[in-house]
Design a protein around this ligand. Structure first.
Ligand code: CTP
Ligand code: MG
Length: 232
């Protein structure tokens, strides 16, 4: 990777409260597979020669006094951002901190510590072609629509349905445009690509991996230890 232009800015959102894990310590600061969850992807992105900056967006109360292990990384390419009350506002805050040299932006959830380099390669390559690109997995289970009493109302066609993950990569101008418009118009979404879709920009899927599961519940910590050992 010599002569690589370092034009990729990375925003890792780690400003959530982890309410569904129910633990005292924030889930993104807890250890999993040998180190704090957030440190896994800070280091993974900083190993890339095409990355000019990684912004780790933390809850406001930690941003002024971040956990010391965070500096076990390339501090020349690390910024600490201040998160908001919604994931979308944390993303917007991280984008504001990126240097102008970042022409491609990768957005990633700290809660997915075990992503693959090849997935990052592929979303960045697609974004370089001018589209949004998201890691995702096709659904494998049969889908049922169920009412509040547990009665099955019907079976939903599965083909063409994918589970969205992160990383998600975008041309800088695209993600800046959609996040600013969404902010102005009060449009919210559960991922960043949804804003691109909403405003008519093209988005493609890149095969993600089961390893990239999001750690949400307490049980997920045990599951994630196993996942971290998978190679795909
Ligand atoms: N996130 C964020 N800012 C928020 C909310 C979420 O940066 N205001 C981040 C989380 O830190 C996480 C990612 O977005 O890395 C995905 O969110 P999720 O898994 O839902 O984490 P939490 O919101 O922390 O958990 P919960 O919903 O259980 O409270
Ligand atoms: Mg959440």
């Amino acid at each position: 990777m010599s002569n690589v232009t370092a034009d990729v800015g990375v925003v890792i959102v780690a400003a959530g409260s982890g309410s569904r894990t129910g633990s005292e310590e924030l889930k993104q600061f807890r250890w999993v597979a040998g180190k704090p969850m957030l440190l896994h992807t800070v280091q993974l992105f900083q190993q890339r020669a095409d990355v000019c900056m990684v912004v780790a967006v933390l809850p406001k109360r930690y941003a002024g006094d971040p956990p010391p292990w965070l500096f076990q990384s390339d501090i020349e390419r690390l910024l600490i951002g201040v998160g908001g009350t919604q994931r979308g506002s944390s993303v917007r805050s991280g984008l504001d901190d990126l240097p102008t040299t970042a022409r491609i932006v990768v957005i990633h959830d700290a809660a997915r510590p075990f992503i693959l380099d090849e997935t990052v390669d592929a979303v960045i390559a697609a974004a370089r072609k001018g589209t949004g690109a998201i890691a995702a997995l096709p659904l494998t289970d049969t889908l049922k629509r169920v009412d509040e009493d547990g009665h099955v109302l019907g079976t939903t066609e599965r083909s063409g349905l994918w589970r969205a993950q992160t990383p998600q990569a975008f041309p800088r101008d695209m993600i800046d445009d959609v996040t600013r418009r969404a902010n102005r118009e009060g449009v919210t979404a559960t991922d960043d690509a949804a804003l691109c879709e909403h405003y008519g920009y093209p988005v493609v899927v890149i095969p993600g991996s089961e390893r990239a599961m999001k750690i949400t519940s307490e049980d997920d910590f045990a599951r994630a230890e196993v996942m971290s050992m998978l190679t795909r």
